[in-house]
Design a protein. Structure first.
Length: 72
């Protein structure tokens, strides 16, 4: 399993890496990722492109979940 969120990671892998990733997706108004049929194939880069999001910011927000609370 990856130790951080990456552009090539699928949505399913992101949700498996940290369960609160769904809240980051929700903050970007990306709904229905958990259980979506595209979640197994669609990468975070594809999601960002499809929703016209800044990929680096999305990854930064997701990777912030992996930092200790004292570093957030």
């Amino acid at each position: 399993m990856d130790s951080q969120f990456t552009a090539a990671m699928t949505v399913d892998s992101a949700l498996a890496l940290h369960p609160s990733a769904r809240w980051v997706f929700a903050a970007y108004h990306i709904g229905g990722c958990d259980g979506c049929s595209a979640a197994t194939d669609e990468t975070l880069a594809e999601v960002a492109a499809g929703y016209r999001l800044d990929l680096e910011r999305l990854l930064s927000d997701l990777n912030a979940l992996l930092k200790p609370v004292s570093e957030r």
